[in-house]
Write a protein that binds this ligand. Sequence first.
Ligand SMILES: Nc1ccn([C@@H]2O[C@H](COP(=O)(O)O)[C@@H](O)[C@H]2O)c(=O)n1
Ligand SMILES: C[C@@]1(CO)OP(=O)(O)OP(=O)(O)OC[C@H]1O
Length: 157
Amino acid sequence: MRIGHGYDVHAFEAGDYLMLGGVRVPHDRAFKAHSDGDVLIHALCDALIGAAALGDIGRHFPDTDPRYAGADSRALLRAVLQKLVERGWRVGNVDCTVIAQMPKLAPHIEAMRTHLAADLAIEPERVNVKATTTERLGFTGREEGVAAHAVVLIERG
Ligand SMILES: Nc1ccn([C@@H]2O[C@H](COP(=O)(O)O)[C@@H](O)[C@H]2O)c(=O)n1
Ligand SMILES: C[C@@]1(CO)OP(=O)(O)OP(=O)(O)OC[C@H]1O
């Protein structure tokens, strides 16, 4: 059994939705990113890649590579899982925290769990997603962007 941790941040730009955990969350801004900007999935990818000691997300999907322009982060997550499965790993459980002052994410958490569990080929009971504000402190509190952490356990399949 091994543990991995991931962290990612995306700043806001003009737009009208945020992609988070594969859910299109209505908002008055969008993520500035090379891909769809799904900061939650990027943190989760990094946690999985870290647990398997395979580097980081940018090594596997460079943000200079036009193939990943506008990429669906769920497809990246499935590709990361495939790399782990090829090396004999399966996912034990994942726990994720999205740090966002706004928008309110509670109504979308269950849909995120469902998407992440499907992409990781595990039961939703092995996936937790939670959200917190920073009580208006720091860059997330000033609504300049969103951060996410993820912790995973992987096991021999
Ligand atoms: N973007 C967010 C942030 C928080 N929540 C929910 O509100 C609860 C209280 O947040 P605090 O930052 O005051 O601890 C939190 O536990 C989440 O359930 C949310 O839905 N969306
Ligand atoms: C997801 C990737 C894909 O090119 O790009 P971004 O969407 O910019 O996201 P980031 O977390 O900054 O970098 C990781 C990249 O792999």
